[in-house]
Design a protein around this ligand. Structure first.
Ligand SMILES: Nc1nc2c(ncn2[C@@H]2O[C@H](COP(=O)(O)OP(=O)(O)O)[C@@H](O)[C@H]2O)c(=O)[nH]1
Ligand SMILES: [Mg+2]
Length: 221
């Protein structure tokens, strides 16, 4: 008799169920949640540094920062008015809903009105995992070149908004903005678009206004 082989049809079932439970909890608590995704060094933590002081003044805000090995990013934002927790994946290339659950359970006091999750720096794997968020945000930087959207279409297709950072370097790098946004127009025409320079605190107000409107809308749900 040949050995019977076990066939697993949905190995990610438990992960999907945990993401659904997180989403239900965030809905109950009226917490607006973003999953900020971009390559290493595109400026995700710098964007948090630029925006948290204004956001945390208006809303109870919490930040979970995913990283493969260190707590360096969480240390950068820990004193900006938001409860902050580092999620160390110990080598994994994306955050899982169960690790997000651990981070959320570490937050003290009433649930946050805004939860920002900085995912592990990676344009591929985080795009495929639901972590209970309201919106995935795709971020890339002028320094990475203009072809990121066509090279990593899943992330850009799934994102509610696209942020192009480091626009202070458009001229020296001869970055082709028109080409960049033309790919978004093809892949995900509904996505809201932002160009900014997080480090210089340039053009960040429209991004803060976008988030503010969504946090308020979730409060009314
Ligand atoms: N020129 C320029 N550099 C930036 C900008 N935003 C971030 N950086 C720099 O890019 C590097 C990586 O930023 P970081 O926020 O750590 O990226 P992360 O890995 O996506 O979190 C740092 O040296 C930042 O100072 C920007 O708008 N312009
Ligand atoms: Mg970072």
């Amino acid at each position: 008799m040949p050995t019977e082989v076990k066939v697993l049809t949905d190995v990610l079932k438990a992960t999907k169920e945990e993401a659904a439970r997180l989403r239900a909890d965030f809905a109950r608590d009226r917490t607006y949640v973003i999953d900020l995704i971009g390559g290493p060094g595109c400026g995700k933590t710098t964007l948090l540094e630029a925006t948290l002081p204004a956001l945390a003044k208006q809303f109870r805000t919490a930040v979970l920062i995913g990283d493969v090995a260190t707590a360096l990013d969480a240390e950068r934002v820990a004193d900006l008015g938001a409860q902050t927790c580092q999620l160390c994946t110990e080598g994994a290339c994306h955050l899982s809903p169960s690790l997000v659950r651990v981070g959320v359970s570490e937050l003290a006091g009433p649930p946050p009105e805004l939860l920002i999750i900085e995912n592990v720096g990676n344009l591929v794997c985080p795009a495929s995992f639901d972590i209970g968020e309201d919106a995935k945000i795709a971020m890339s930087a002028v320094t990475e070149g203009p072809e990121k959207p066509i090279k990593y279409p899943t992330l850009f297709r799934k994102s509610a908004a696209v942020i192009l950072n480091k626009i202070d370097l458009v001229e020296p790098l001869e970055f082709d903005r028109e080409f960049y946004w033309s790919q978004i127009a093809r892949i995900n025409p509904q996505a809201d678009r932002f160009e900014l320079a997080a480090k210089k605190r340039k053009s960040i107000d429209p991004w803060i206004a976008w988030l503010t409107a969504r946090i308020r809308a979730k409060q009314k749900c």
